[in-house]
Design a protein around this ligand. Structure first.
Ligand code: C5P
Length: 274
């Protein structure tokens, strides 16, 4: 079986505090987008991962960790298109798709809720990808409230080309950059489904820019080319800008050296091919 592991963007991200276990509490609206890795799984006697990016073939790859968590073997083939350590959730999306493929190929009969609980053991962003589409994400990342699909929007992604460690960005974050999460929660409660967009916030953006100053240039070039709003995704360094149409996306991508993408609905995000 084969599926696409879609990337995500954070349309809104607020960090509301730090927990005793060292993780941060967040309130975010996440959205799956059309940039995707592809992952296939075939039954096999042993666990094996074939990947076109040799730098991420090791035992900490979330595909292998997903198989170990569910105690199954299998032959996985992973084709990477989402930049590694880019703020787009690529590794987390691969891990969530691995859990869903294992569940189907080995007929484990796990519910979506059971898959999401397993996903939380793999990483903070993984539970969102078990659901896909548009969702309010809270806690450490494990509390997911599905929201109605947003209308399909086009965007342009610009990546400064260097990986940025999520842990390093959280470490750089100062308590005065925390916010109360109210704007994001209020949008989710009152406005989701009415075609309005979430508030344009990213509480990690300033910390990410301090570690990777090229982010500021990427945001500037997207804005100068006509994207609006422009934001950092997650802990960065990938930046994105929303645009009015596919033609605008192509024009702005050419001008900024970026890539075009569009929002992907929950139903599309969860498709699996035999
Ligand atoms: O959960 P995950 O392994 O993806 O997180 C990577 C790192 O990012 C954690 O070790 C932690 O330093 C930081 N993090 C955090 N609060 C979150 C999510 C991640 O502090 N909610």
């Amino acid at each position: 079986m084969r599926g696409l592991a879609y990337a995500k963007i954070n349309l809104s991200l607020e960090i509301t505090g730090k927990r005793a276990d060292g993780y941060h509490e967040l309130v975010s609206v996440m959205q799956t987008i059309s940039l995707a890795d592809s992952l296939s799984l075939e039954r096999a006697g042993q666990l094996r991962l074939e990947c076109d990016d040799p730098t991420i073939q090791g035992s900490d790859n979330l595909v292998l960790r997903a198989a170990q968590l569910l105690s199954t073997p299998g032959h996985f083939i992973l084709r990477k298109r989402i930049p590694v350590a880019g703020g787009l959730g690529g590794g987390s999306s691969d891990g969530a798709l691995a859990l869903r493929l294992i569940n189907l190929v080995y007929e484990l009969g796990l519910s979506e809720q059971q898959l999401a609980s397993a996903a939380a053991q793999l990483g903070s962003d993984v539970p969102f990808f078990v659901h896909g589409g548009t969702a309010l994400v809270e806690g450490r990342g494990e509390q997911i409230t599905r929201l109605p699909d947003l209308p399909s929007e086009w965007l342009v992604l610009v990546n400064p080309g260097l990986p940025l460690s999520t842990a390093a960005v959280y470490h750089e974050l100062e308590p005065h950059e925390w916010t109360d999460g109210w704007a994001t929660r209020r949008w989710a409660e009152q406005s989701a489904g009415d075609d309005s967009m979430p508030p344009n916030r990213n509480g990690l953006a300033a910390a990410a820019c301090r570690l990777e100053p090229h982010i500021t240039q990427c945001l500037g070039s997207l804005a100068a080319a006509g994207a609006n709003p422009v934001l950092v995704s997650g802990s960065g360094p990938t930046c994105f800008g929303l645009v009015a149409s596919e033609a605008d996306a192509q024009r702005i991508a050419r001008r900024t050296g970026g890539k075009t993408a569009r929002f992907v609905s929950r139903a599309e995000a969860l498709q699996i091919e035999l």
